[in-house]
Write a protein that binds this ligand. Structure first.
Ligand code: ASP
Length: 317
């Protein structure tokens, strides 16, 4: 059983029968920030919950949905409660989930009243004939299938209101793009279960002070989220860049067609394709190998597997 909390203690000869990675967004708090302990505690708690469930034999799909829900409910992260706000001061949420064994996928974008967008994404996958629903259509569907809705004010925190005001003020004097931390905190989970199945899920409020209606990479299957029988991927960072370069799908294609390892395929995008500062991704393959590369100042992340690996990090090391 994995330890909690700790860093890696691992027998290199063991082969994982399950594996799990989570992220809480690219871009980090400064080293020494008083919030560090809270972020670490949250990531530890979520990673441990996933490790317990995978150890007990739960499916990768159930585990990634439940872990993303926990992160959506935690206002530290830019997803669900505590999401960043659009220019009008509203939370506008995107999420996706994908089942690697069947290639079934579900996604929602620009929802403003769905407490856990990842659960609505799963309902789109399992209870509609479609892969993606957006805005009012997605919210009406939530009501019709009994997925919980809340007023938009539920998501809005003082911290995000301040970040919005700072960004709107900054734009009056500068045309430069927003610095990284303003968009940190997107959440994601990828898992391999004991049956050898993979799944991925991602959820986000997108970018601070985004235009109303802007949709990022997280809910776009193949851009910010993807899973097949080889690998499961969840991305975080400058969404427009991940969409242009088809990052999540590209990792899977390189592994399948170039026989690259999960590490090589993920690093190719993060080091050679994306620009420095764009972000990172988490990936787990069908053998239980994990890769968590990023090119931002940090990435909130954790990785665990059945060999006893259990590791939560924010910065490079
Ligand atoms: N990728 C997300 C988006 O562009 C934001 C993030 O991961 O920080 O919506």
């Amino acid at each position: 059983m994995p330890k909690t909390p700790s860093t890696s203690v691992r027998n290199p000869f063991d082969k994982p029968v399950w594996a799990l990675a989570i992220h809480g967004g690219a871009g980090a708090i400064p080293k020494g920030d008083p919030a560090e302990a809270a972020y670490r505690a949250s990531l530890d708690r979520v990673l441990a919950a996933g490790a317990r469930r995978l150890e007990a034999g739960d499916s990768a799909l159930d585990v990634v949905e439940s872990l993303v829900r926990l992160l959506e409910d935690d206002e530290l992260f830019n997803a669900g409660k505590g999401a960043v706000l659009n220019e009008k001061g509203e939370a506008e949420l995107d999420a996706a989930i994908m089942d690697g064994a069947t290639l079934r996928a579900g996604a929602v974008a620009s929802v403003k009243t769905v407490k856990n967008p990842v659960t609505l994404a799963r309902a789109v996958m399992e209870r509609s004939p479609h892969v993606m629903l957006v805005a009012d259509g997605a919210e009406n569907f939530a009501s019709s299938v009994g997925v919980e809705r809340v007023p938009n004010a539920y998501f809005v925190t003082e911290r995000r209101r301040k970040q919005l005001q700072q960004e709107l003020a900054r734009r009056k004097t500068s045309a430069a793009p927003a610095p990284g931390p303003a968009r940190s905190g997107t959440v994601g989970a990828v898992a391999l279960d004991r049956s050898g199945h993979l799944a991925a899920a991602t959820s986000t409020g997108g970018m601070n002070a985004k235009m109303p209606g802007r949709v990022g990479d997280a809910p776009i299957i193949g851009a910010g989220t993807f899973a097949d029988e080889t690998v499961a991927i969840s991305c975080t960072g400058a969404g427009e860049q991940f969409m242009r370069h088809h990052v999540a799908g590209g990792v899977a294609l390189r592994m399948e067609h170039l026989q690259e390892t999960v590490d090589a395929a993920s690093s190719y995008y993060v080091r050679d394709v994306l620009a420095p500062g764009d972000g990172g991704l988490i990936a787990v393959d069908a053998r239980g190998n994990a890769a968590l590369p990023f090119n931002s100042p940090g990435m909130f992340r954790g990785v665990a597997d059945s060999t006893g690996r259990f590791d939560v990090r924010i910065w490079e090391n």
